[in-house]
Design a protein around this ligand. Structure first.
Ligand SMILES: *Cc1c(COP(=O)(O)O)cnc(C)c1O
Length: 233
């Protein structure tokens, strides 16, 4: 057995997490991958500490939030209560929030603009913290969505490295809701490979098994673990 960074589901695990763990195990087996090659980021946005604590108790250690303000209100208390948690920012980042983001998050999945690169570089130097960084690719070229256009990705990744001195760990994508996800995962994997990037943040509740098949190293799963969010969220 390979070592696993997540405890196996137990009778006391929340049902959603246990079901997600079973499907991750199956997808890894089908793809000939080890469970430890996939990090489950449990997306807790809109849910409070009372919903999150049982998921921590069941062995989950990596969580994702899409808003800096919400995370700042919710997580410092949980992090004190449960040492060893890792918190990932999966939503858009404004450069004026870079200071708080670098202080709070262990990974940022949404690097997509020179102004954000510049702000991150400054804060990483000032705070001596090095969050894992992902460049978000807007694979569907949707105007309302954050991320770098696929055609601009190579130049953007190069500028992150050469102009801002950032260490980029991987790429992230959010496929359009009304399209098959697989071609978007394949495109993201291809851009990562040609830029020498090892990590792929892709796959959500509806499609994380497909994402694992296409090489996802980080899957961002919310509703399948925590249940449905209120539509206003
Ligand atoms: C909310 C969110 C998720 C999780 O979505 P689910 O469908 O609930 O699993 C993943 N990634 C991002 C960027 C999100 O904002």
């Amino acid at each position: 057995m390979t070592s696993e960074n997540v405890s196996p589901p137990t009778a006391s695990s929340p049902d959603g997490l246990a079901a997600v763990e079973r499907e991750i195990a199956r997808a890894c087996k089908d793809a000939g991958r080890t469970r430890s090659s996939v990090t489950l980021v449990a997306v807790s946005k809109t849910f409070g500490a009372e919903a999150i604590a049982p998921v921590i108790a069941a062995g989950q250690r990596v969580f994702g939030e899409n808003r800096v303000q919400e995370a700042r209100a919710k997580w410092p208390g949980l992090m004190t209560a449960y040492p060893g948690l890792s918190l990932h920012l999966i939503g858009p980042l404004q450069s004026n929030k870079a200071k708080e983001a670098v202080a709070l998050f262990d990974a940022i999945h949404s690097v997509d603009r020179p102004s954000v690169c510049q702000a991150l570089a400054k804060e990483i130097a000032a705070q001596e913290r090095r969050p894992q960084l992902f460049v978000q690719i807007n694979t569907g070229e949707e105007p309302q969505k954050a991320g770098v256009a696929p055609g601009d990705a190579d130049a953007f990744i190069a500028s992150c490295r050469e102009i801002y001195g950032l260490t980029i760990s991987g790429l992230m994508c959010i496929p359009p809701v009304d399209e098959a996800a697989a071609p978007h995962f394949a495109l993201t994997a291809k851009i990562a490979a040609r830029n020498g990037l090892a990590n792929l943040s892709m796959g959500m509740s509806a499609d994380f098994a497909t994402a694992i098949q296409f090489g996802a190293t980080h899957i961002r799963v919310g509703s399948a673990i925590f249940g449905h969010r209120s539509p206003a969220a």
